[in-house]
Ligand binder design. Structure first.
Ligand code: NAP
Length: 332
């Protein structure tokens, strides 16, 4: 069926300015790491993207290696883009990344100019687009001079192949240095993409402060800890869940009784707030106004509805914040 975007989509979402830039991102963005590769039916991926856009989710996040197999998420996204979303290309923020292993040999990984420029060219071909809105260096490279990596990113923007630059997984000190180099080169860093959730709080120590000081936005990936911060695993491991899928990123061993005690306590608090746990977990990440957007994954349309339903209650009382800290301290 021909796709017609919901005319009311922009009334359903909140948009936040990304750092000091001119760009606004939706409070909730959708990542295509899981559920968009060749092991997922294309029609399921299509329905997820359509529903997300109908909810005002204008930002779709990819990487060269998303699949499986690597590259297939971009190819499948490209096909759906051509078939469904071309009239709305200018209403979309499409991001991709390079930094993890993508092809054999010394030029298919890390952060050399050779790898980044070749990888983005491949990504553009797979997606069938002339440019991406944001291009990220996916992880810091301990060997390549930081200036080489940043010069490659600056070059990519000057070539018109990306509108903005982002960094992902850079620790605070490396992020500061990279942002300064990019500023010197005249291509400011738009955004940092770190892992951040109730279960993963490293960004609070220093990174968010650096980003605030430098006027760089942030988008928190895996804000639901891959599904652990939801009601998904409260009564066992559902066969269609990520933990049952053989994923090396979330396996049943991680769902310890101790973890489940924490999740149950958080779930009880979410219920008292009149929310699902997934909604409370997203609102909690967004409580910090240095976080521009939460970058979720979804295997079902109902999960997108849950995420957007969070916007109705983003506020936390001091007592609720304290209770969450107490529950999470118990988790250690
Ligand atoms: N920069 C990086 O290095 C990096 C690394 C990882 C991820 N990312 C980005 O972040 C995005 C999101 O990562 P993620 O998928 O780990 O995020 P997440 O939001 O923490 O986890 C998403 C998973 O949680 C479950 N879920 C979501 N909503 C739910 C709900 N309402 N109720 C119950 N379960 C729910 C689903 O798993 P089920 O399959 O069990 O339904 C879903 O696939 C990725 O797609 C990617 O774009 C970036």
């Amino acid at each position: 069926m021909v796709y017609l975007a919901d005319a009311a989509r922009y009334e359903k979402m909140t948009y936040h300015r990304c750092g000091d830039s001119g760009l606004k991102l939706p409070a909730i963005s959708l990542g295509l790491w899981h559920n968009f590769g060749d092991s997922t039916l294309l029609e399921n991926s299509r329905q997820l993207l359509r529903h997300a856009f109908d909810l005002g989710i204008t930002h779709f996040d990819l990487a060269n290696n998303y699949g499986p197999p690597p590259g297939s998420a971009e190819s499948n996204f490209g096909r759906i883009l051509q078939e469904d979303f071309l009239p709305w290309r200018d209403e979309l923020i499409i991001s991709t990344k390079a930094g993890y292993t993508m092809w054999d040999g010394p030029y298919g990984d890390w952060g050399s100019r050779k790898y980044l420029i070749a990888s983005l060219d491949q990504s553009l071909r797979r997606m069938g687009v002339e440019y991406v809105d944001i291009f990220y260096h996916h992880r810091p490279d301990p060997e390549t001079p930081l200036r080489e990596t940043m010069r490659a990113l600056d070059h990519i923007v000057r070539q018109g192949k990306a509108l903005y630059i982002g960094l992902s997984n850079y620790p605070a000190a490396a992020a500061r240095e990279a942002i300064d180099i990019l500023n010197d080169l005249g291509t400011p860093c738009l955004i940092h993409q770190p892992k951040y959730s109730m279960f993963e709080r490293w960004v609070e120590a220093e990174l968010l402060e650096v980003l605030q000081e430098k006027g760089v936005g942030s988008i928190a990936f895996s804000p639901l800890a891959g599904g652990q911060l939801t009601d998904r695993y409260l009564h066992g491991i559902p066969p269609d869940s990520r933990a049952a899928s053989g994923s090396r990123f979330l396996n049943p061993d991680q769902l310890t009784e101790e973890k489940l005690v924490t999740v149950r306590a958080l779930n009880a608090l979410a219920e008292r707030r009149g929310q699902k746990l997934s909604q409370m977990a997203l609102a909690w990440v967004l409580r910090n106004d240095r976080v521009t957007s939460v970058l979720i994954g979804a295997s079902k349309i109902s999960q997108l509805d849950d995420a957007v339903g969070m916007l109705a209650n983003r506020h936390f009382s001091t007592a609720e914040c304290n209770e969450i800290e107490t529950i999470l301290r118990g988790a250690k």
